[in-house]
Each structure stands twice: as structure tokens, then as C-alpha cells.
Design a binder for this molecule. Sequence first.
Ligand code: ATP
Length: 612
Amino acid sequence: MIFDRFAEGLEALEKTSGRIDLAKGLSNLLLDLSPDETAKALYMVQGQLMPSFAGEPMGMAGSLLLRAIGRALETLKSPLSEADLKERLAATGDPGLLAESLLPSGERPPVSLAEVYDRLLAISRLSGAGSQEDKILHLSRLLADVSPLSARFVGRFVMGRLRLGVGDATILDALVQTEVPASDDGTARKAERKKVREELEGAYNLCSDLGRVGAVLREEGRAGIRKISPMVGYPVRMALCERLGSGEEIVEKIGRAAVESKYDGFRCQIHVDGKVSRLFSRNLEETTAMFPEIARAAVEIFAGRSAIFEGEALGYDAENDSYHPFQVTITRKRKHNVLEKSSEIPLKCLVFDILYLDGVSLMERPFSERRKILEGLFPVRVRGIADRELPPEGVFGASRLIVTEDPHEVDLFFDEVVEEGFEGVIAKRLDGVYAAGSRNFNWIKLKRSYKSALSDTVDLALIGYYRGKGLRTKLGIGAVLGAVYDPGTGEFQSVARIGSGLSEEGWRDLRAILEELRTEGPPAGVVSGLVPDFWVRPTVVVSVLADELTRSPTHRAGRREGEEEGFALRFPRMVSGPRGDKRAEDATTADELRRLYEIQRQRLSGKGGEGG
Ligand code: ATP
């Protein structure tokens, strides 16, 4: 496909709101692409050049783009001074529109989508001395080679400002429609579309790469998708926990279960193949360079074999032969002085699952079987309700667990680990598969904070903010509007206006971030009963604690068809600034909110025990 045609498609998407129409528009665009182009197009509509775990960020500074536009204009013999360019940029505020308005239209040899992608990738990979100038040169050539409309999207893309509102869910829906087109009323072949959606999502959960899923679907159809299996080097989307309020509820729900200490550190998904190992975070970012001792130990322990396994990394306190609290462990999350810090605070990794071994996926095997394999590979230092949990001698050890169907024993184990300073416990279904990318009752967490009326913090995606009043006028922000996510509909649904919890500096920093994300009107997929002073693209996630969850006619969160009221948080306060480890789609979901409400209801009516 010619890039100019692709840019027209992007323009049409930009004018579309609502996930259904976005998916339809995107599927029409995809139908005209080859498999190779499909992957490239899918990365690009998400503002990326590669799947996010590959860490290939484009984000160029505005000043570089401005200079590239200036250079392109010189080549095209209509130069403008730098001051003039800056002035015009200040007037439009959008470097993409600036490029579009200045670059002349007219006949040019066509440039393909694949070529633009390849040239952008080459630009992003330029590094070292003199690379800034090279970037400007190559970008200016690219801008001069494409139509003004294409230049708009290239300009926004390189600055990381392509805001089409196309998330993972929309892409999956669009791919489904390339296989089974939806009828106008959406009813025809609904069951078939649902099946294809599940297959695609399953494949995505295994490789975390929508470009790859799209390319395989276009090339080999559904048969190819069914063949996708876990691969070393491609992070598996992580299994997540549901919550319940007590040992009794847990046993009632899943019967005899493995109950493990819940460690508060960094989740590591470790991939080993021969002499190479790579680590991925909860958010699927590569963390190999941050935790070199874990990467090294993984290669040693597997000695030439291949594996994918998961554990929680904790800072080791050698003086007390114990673990550091999270505030200390987190200081290991750094890009510089890694070696120095690793000798000061070495890490231990408590392994809790194994997904793949020597070319064979273990994800469909029951937990009890995976655990047996895990215990054959990693030392078990302490089991069950013993004295205290001793850290492993080497870097790795198996997580500590008990297997029980006695609610009282779950609660005892919970009390024991909490007393030792851990966060709580995670109960696991003994016959549960590794449920990649999903949150279900295969894993259930029970945390310390569950003693309050509202049992846990919630993670909200911010969808807007309010101008500050009174003492906050000078900060330019007085409150934010937070939303939960509904993966079923792809909606962000408002649940609270939050005006407390941050220091002055914290508010100032938050405003600076949100300002960059402002949109005209509510972004696609945002549903809110309140209208903030400024809408923002859902990107930032904060943790929020509240006194209570109430039913509310104002907020839409968790509202089911036919219901008048959604849910709202009472007296909400932020307990964290922006959480770098979570994307907007990782926010607490609408369904979780309903369950929290249920836990709270039982707690308030005295049912469901103490739960810690
Ligand atoms: P989530 O990851 O579920 O969105 P969160 O980041 O707030 O939410 P929790 O749900 O509180 O985390 O806890 C789940 C996390 O607990 C896992 O992602 C993992 O990092 C950590 N964890 C600690 N111990 C264990 C264990 N024994 N088994 C599984 N996970 C564990």
C-alpha cells in the first residue's frame, strides 16, 4: 500500500469515535494490506515501531522535528527561518499540522507504507556521535518525499503524538472483522466472531505482539493462529489475581488450594535459552539490564536448557538474613549504577510458576503439576507454617506454600506471613492452568488492607482534571477524574473525582504530565457522568484508597444494562502518583469494582470473616 493511502486511512480513524466504528474502519484498512504490511501498520497505529516489549521508542524532541521540517522546506526551495517556524508552531500547537500546512502538495513518486516504516525504524536506530544531525537529515528527506497529509502523521508519529484511540481491544476486534465481517446490525455470525476473537486473544496472550498475530492471521488464517505457542523472548501476558475477603470465601470458591506468601517486590518473567536470558516486568517491559544477577543465575541454573518461569524479586537484607521492604527493593529499579546498587542491595527471586520447559509449553498443565516441576528445579527452603521464611541461599528459591482445604489454616497462614511483614497470601487452584493475560479465580489474593470497609486500593486511569481553586489556583490543578476499565466494551468509566492525597509538588508534576495528554472533548471510549475542565487521553494510572464504594447515579462505572446507577468512591484519595508499571488498560476493571462492592457488603453485614 502507498503510504499516502494509509495516511488517508489514519485521518478517517482520527475522525471516528467509538470502539465499534474504529474497529470497522481499521479492519477495512487492514483488508488492503499484505501480511508484512499488516504487522507494520498495526505497530504504527499504536504509535510504535515494534511491540512495546521490544523497547523501540520513537519519541523525538519537537525541536528536532522542527529542524527537519525546516530542512525539508529548504530542499523543496521554500525555506523558512527557525524563528518563523517556531512562531507558526506556537500558533498551531501541533507539529504534525505544521508540517502538513507548510509542505507543498504536488506530484511525487509514490512511497510505500513498508518503506516509510523501514525508514522510520532506521531513523530511530541511529545512535552515537552525530546521530542527531543524521536523524534530522533522514527525517527531512522522508517529509519531503510524502504528501502533506502523510507528513502530518509522520510528524505526530515521530514525536509520539499519534492519538488515534486504537487500543489492543480495538485491534483485536478489527482483526476479527477481517475474518468474519460484522453485519450492520452486528447480529450475523456473532458466535463465530466471538470464537475468532477468543483465538486471537489467546494468541496475543502468548506472544504479546499484535503485529505478529495480525501478520499470521493474514498469512495463514485461523489455523496459523491456533499454532502460536509460547516462545522464549516473547513475554507471555501475565496471569493476574482476583480478590476475596477471607480463607472461608477462598475455600468455598476453589476448594483445596495451594496458598503462597505474597511477596511485595518486582514480578519477573524470566526467559532462558542456552546462554541467553531475558527478564520482563509485570508490564512486559524488558528488565534484564536492571537485574543482572537474576539474569546470570537463570543461565547457570538451566545450563543450556530453555525455560520460561516467573518469580517475585525482593531486595535481600544480608545483615538480618531477611528481605527488605518494598521501599528499599524499589531502589533497584534503575538504569544507571546498576552494578554498584546490586552489590549494596542484592536480589533474591522467589519462583512461583513455570510456563515452558525445553520446548514444551506447561501452561495447560494443572498448577500442582507445574509446581512439582518447579520444585525439581529450585530449592525449597521453608514449607508452610514454619518458623519464619528464610531467604534462599542462592538467587532463586521456590515460593513458600501450604496446601489445604481448611479455611482456618488459610487464615492462620495469612496471619503468620503478615506478621513476618509480607503483604498477604495468594491462593491458587490446584487444577488451574496458567491463565495468560487474564484475571480469574485460578489465583486469589488476600491482602492485609482488607480489614477496612473498602477492602483494597483501586487503580484508576485518569480521564480528566479540574483547574485548581483557592490555594490550588497556582498549581493549575485541583482534582482529577478517575475511571475503571471495562475490557468487555473497551470503555473507561468514571468512578471518582479525586482531590487529595498528593503533595504540592506531586500535584504540579501530575499536571505537567496530564497537560501533554489533553484532548478536545472526551477521548474515544471514555464514559463519564462528570465533565472535567480538561479531558485527557487515558494513559496515567494512580492507586486510590477510599472509605467506601457506593451506588451512584452520577458515575457510570460498573453499571449493567437496565441499571440506573453505577458505582462511586466515597472520600477517595490518591496513595500513589502515576504508576509507571501500569497501562490504562491495566486499571481496576468494572467487574472487579462490583466484586469489591460485594466484599464490602459482606464485611459490613458481618459475613465473610475477618480475612486478616
Ligand atoms: P495486578 O498485578 O493484579 O494488576 P497489583 O500490581 O496491584 O495488581 P496484586 O494483584 O496486588 O498486584 O498482586 C499480584 C502480584 O503479586 C503479582 O503480579 C506478583 O508480582 C506478586 N506476587 C507476589 N507473590 C506472589 C506469588 N506467590 N504468586 C503470584 N504472584 C505473586
